[in-house]
Design a protein around this ligand. Structure first.
Ligand SMILES: Cc1cc2nc3c(=O)[nH]c(=O)nc-3n(C[C@H](O)[C@H](O)[C@H](O)COP(=O)(O)OP(=O)(O)OC[C@H]3O[C@@H](n4cnc5c(N)ncnc54)[C@H](O)[C@@H]3O)c2cc1C
Length: 361
């Protein structure tokens, strides 16, 4: 585990931190909430949903208990709705880069945006890893990344009045092409095929802009970055039709080639790994470090199946183990949501007379 979390940012003390807001991390909020335990949840992506949202939002899932058919994005929306009563704090668009066990047995969690949390327990629900943008595979690209080559847009205004090259054929590439076209000095879109994986209306708008002479579309691929005095000035494109390479003015390049998962920092926290997954027991789903739990696709144990429903079961058992870890003196007993006034109060569904029965944890 890291010993180098920046000492400058203020630290917020929290009961639990969940790393990863995929379907399993989201259900962990719910299971902890039922036991009266609060959670902060962190994801490197700008929105919750993990693989369901990132890789197959429109596909139907058929093996979620009691939901004969459920869209992947719909499942995420249902999980967010179910977790709502527990008011988890979401820290999105930031990767957990550091996890450090403190001498008192608590944990310091640090993110790429400088968030610092002191947690009693940590649940790693990091799936197949944190999603990273696919990079532009051109010689010398590192020199320009973050300055003239970008994989996400923080401020659209930074691209106004510039010579823009946008690479890709999905929603991000097409949405930004249409949004920036009127503001750029010049705009070229390059995609390796004539077909796009974007909303038809946006593709149609892009074609209108091309027809109106407001932008250019090249079916082909970028082959070289051209610079003067270390400043990007143009990009060489190789058209698919076999014609000679062309040089387009570009002082800013936006590459939207999608995301791919990277195990990343999780592998560096000193936790026992097997086949790039975190080893856990099947009673508590605890890792080799007491107080750090791992659920969902990121864990491994005999018989593990990487299914959403397995992750839900793991989240339920991990919640009980976390309760015991945080409050070892507390007697544990199983309660049903149908009949427990305490749980119903936590869920915000308790009749007024039952509300007084609630206590903590
Ligand atoms: C095409 C496809 C179809 C599928 N169909 C089914 C199906 O029908 N039924 C089924 O049960 N399963 C299905 N699956 C598998 C299912 O999607 C996964 O089992 C499930 O998403 C695992 O959930 P998770 O929450 O463990 O991880 P994930 O969904 O992978 O989410 C993990 C999250 O953790 C974040 N993260 C990782 N590391 C960090 C870090 N260091 N800092 C911050 N955030 C981090 C990631 O950004 C990600 O958002 C399918 C998968 C695919 C690809």
């Amino acid at each position: 585990m890291s010993e180098s979390i920046a000492a400058s940012a203020p630290i917020t003390s929290v009961e639990t931190v969940i790393i990863g807001a995929g379907p399993v991390g989201l259900f962990q909020i719910f299971e902890l909430g039922l036991l009266g335990i609060g959670a902060h949840i962190i994801d490197s992506l700008a929105q919750a949903g993990g693989q369901c949202t990132e890789l197959y939002p429109d596909k139907p899932i058929y093996d979620i208990p009691a939901l004969p058919i459920c869209g992947a994005q719909e499942l995420i929306e249902r999980l967010l709705e179910q977790a709502k009563p527990f008011h988890a704090t979401f820290h999105l668009g930031q990767e957990v880069t550091e996890l450090e066990r403190l001498p008192d047995g608590r944990f310091l969690v640090g993110t790429s945006l400088g968030t610092r949390l002191n947690a009693g327990a940590v649940v790693i629900a990091a799936g197949v890893g944190s999603f990273q943008p696919r990079r532009l595979a051109l010689p010398g690209v590192e020199e320009f990344e973050g300055k003239s080559v970008h994989y996400r847009i923080k401020s659209a205004a930074a691209f106004h009045g510039r010579d823009l090259l946008i690479c890709g054929g999905g929603d991000s590439a097409l949405d930004w092409t249409v949004a920036l076209c009127e503001h750029a000095r010049s705009l070229t879109l390059v995609h390796r095929r004539a077909e796009f994986r974007a909303a038809p209306a946006t593709v149609a708008r892009m074609r209108e802009l091309v027809a109106a002479g407001k932008m250019r579309f090249v079916e082909g691929q970028a082959t070289a970055l051209l610079s003067e005095n270390q400043r990007l000035t143009a990009v060489e494109l190789k058209p698919n039709d076999g014609s000679a390479p062309i040089k387009v003015a570009a002082d800013q390049v936006l590459a939207f080639y999608g995301l791919h998962p990277k195990l990343g920092p999780v592998a560096e926290w000193g936790l026992e790994l097997e086949k790039k997954a975190l080893k856990v027991d099947t009673e508590k789903f605890q890792t080799s470090v007491p107080g750090i739990f791992a659920i969902g696709d990121i864990n491994i144990y005999p018989g593990k199946k990487k299914l959403i429903l397995s992750g839900f079961h793991e989240a339920a058992l991990a919640a009980f183990a976390i309760q015991h870890h945080l409050f070892p003196q507390k007697r544990q007993f199983l309660q049903y949501t149908t009949t427990s006034p305490i749980m119903q109060k936590r869920l915000g569904v308790a009749p007024a007379e039952a509300a007084g029965a609630a206590d903590s944890h």
